[in-house]
Structures are given as structure tokens and as C-alpha cells.
Write a protein that binds this ligand. Structure first.
Ligand code: CDP
Length: 230
């Protein structure tokens, strides 16, 4: 059976990565979390004094881009790929609220996007990939055979993310998380380069009241239908 490309876009914390991982597993496809790549660039900037307190040296980050090696390495024990930054596993460190508070400013920079979009397109060259992000169906793979656009209310999303951060023992408040979700939504959907928007041919899924199983079944059914027609 021919392999296809599946693009999943949407606002922050809409559960894209959970369902993308489930789909990739069920189909035997590769899962790529494009947001992890923007998070890794942000972490680099934080670790190297390019971002500190309320200062962000955009020019320095652009000048440093060719020093960044960002790649995924499959971890057999957990069944998915983890993010590496210059050879170091940063899968845990890129998920903090501090990184979330800067990542959308980093993702606005065209030079950063150009570099990461190129890598994402290389990873999807052979198809058989499920990639989630903000511009996958519009910019990275405009020809993807199947595109989803995930939505849910800001409160539902902030509650989910808050729970995740508490499980990681992060010291954050629900209000901080909600504020971050709302501010990233605004920056991501109004930036000049590749703003978050629903591709014309994307299927919109509001998962505010869908269980994880119901959501997976829904997307999986669409995927089977498209793949069987190939
Ligand atoms: O997991 P969550 O939905 O919170 O976000 P993420 O997928 O980890 O993405 C983090 C941030 O990276 C987003 O808020 C965007 O600013 C940026 N991003 C992007 O601009 N383009 C993508 N394809 C993926 C992420």
C-alpha cells in the first residue's frame, strides 16, 4: 500500500502530538514533532545568553544558526524519537514553561523557520510520516494527502497543559499556563512568516469534548480511507 503524508496543525496544547503519535504507531509511520525543533532552538538561545530575562538578541541567534545541530533519535524503550541539541538529549528541558514563554518569538524569525522547514521536508521526503505543528499543511507539506486542523477552547487546552506540567513537578500556576497558551496563539496566528491558519483542504477537529480514544478513532478512520484509495 502506498504511503501518504499526514499533517496535523493547530493551536498550542490541542493534543496534536498525542494523536499524531498514536496514528504513526497504528500506521507504522514516522512521527515528527516540529514544535520540538523550535523549542530546541529556543533552549539553545537561553543556554547561550542570547535570551535572558527580557532581552532577546535576534541577530546573535541568526548568526549562530549554523552552529546548531538539531536531530531526533529513536528511543526503543519509550517507542518514539527524542530531541537532541548538539548531541545532548534535551527532550525534557525543551518542555518547560520558560521555553514556552519564548518559543513563539523565536518561531517568528524567518531564518529560523527556513532552516527548520528544510529539515522537516527532508524528513518527510519518503512519505509515511505524521508531522504536527503550525504550518505543516500550509507551508511544509502543502501537498499532504491528509490534513487535520485541531481546535479546543483555550481553557480546555490550558487545563491539559497545566496537568502535564504538574506531572513533571514544575512549579507553575494555572493562570500562568493559560496566559502562555493565549499569548502563543496570538503570536503564532498573527506573525508575518507562515502564520498558523487552517489549510483550505484540512479537516477541522474540535476535541474539547472528545476522549483520546474517540479522537484517535476519528482520525484513524480518515487515514484508512485515504490510504485505501491510493
Ligand atoms: O505542544 P504545544 O502545542 O504547546 O507547542 P509545540 O508544538 O511544542 O510548538 C511550540 C511553538 O513552536 C509554537 O507555539 C509555535 O510558536 C512554534 N511552532 C511553529 O511556529 N511552527 C511549527 N511547525 C511548530 C511549532
Amino acid at each position: 500500500m502506498k504511503k501518504i503524508t499526514i499533517a496535523i496543525d493547530g493551536f498550542s496544547s490541542t493534543g496534536k502530538s498525542t494523536v499524531a503519535k498514536q496514528l504513526a504507531k497504528a500506521l507504522g509511520y514516522v512521527y515528527v514533532d516540529s514544535g520540538a525543533m523550535y523549542r530546541a532552538v529556543t533552549l539553545y538561545a537561553m543556554q547561550n545568553g542570547i535570551i535572558s530575562n527580557d532581552h532577546f538578541d535576534v541577530e546573535k541567534l541568526i548568526a549562530d544558526l549554523d552552529r546548531l545541530k538539531i536531530n531526533f533519535k529513536y528511543n526503543n524503550a519509550i517507542g518514539f524519537a527524542e530531541m537532541y541539541l548538539n548531541g545532548v538529549n534535551v527532550e525534557h528541558d525543551i518542555r518547560t514553561l520558560e521555553v514556552s514563554q519564548w518559543v513563539s518569538q523565536v518561531a517568528e524569525i524567518s531564518e529560523v523557520r527556513r532552516m527548520l522547514v528544510f529539515q522537516q521536508q527532508q524528513m518527510g521526503k519518503e512519505k509515511g510520516v505524521v508531522m504536527d505543528g503550525r504550518d505543516i499543511g500550509t507551508v511544509v507539506f502543502p501537498e499532504a494527502e491528509l490534513k487535520f486542523f485541531m481546535t479546543a477552547s483555550a481553557e480546555t487546552r490550558a487545563k491539559r497543559r497545566f496537568k502535564e506540567l504538574l506531572e513533571r513537578n514544575e512549579n507553575v500556576s494555572y493562570e500562568e499556563v493559560l496566559k502562555n497558551v493565549e499569548s502563543r496563539d496570538l503570536i503564532d496566528s498573527t506573525r508575518e512568516d507562515s502564520p498558523l491558519k487552517k489549510a483550505k483542504d484540512a479537516i477541522e477537529i474540535d476535541n474539547s469534548s472528545l476522549s483520546l480514544e474517540a479522537q484517535f478513532e476519528k482520525l484513524y478512520a480518515f487515514a484508512r480511507e485515504v490510504i485505501e484509495k491510493k
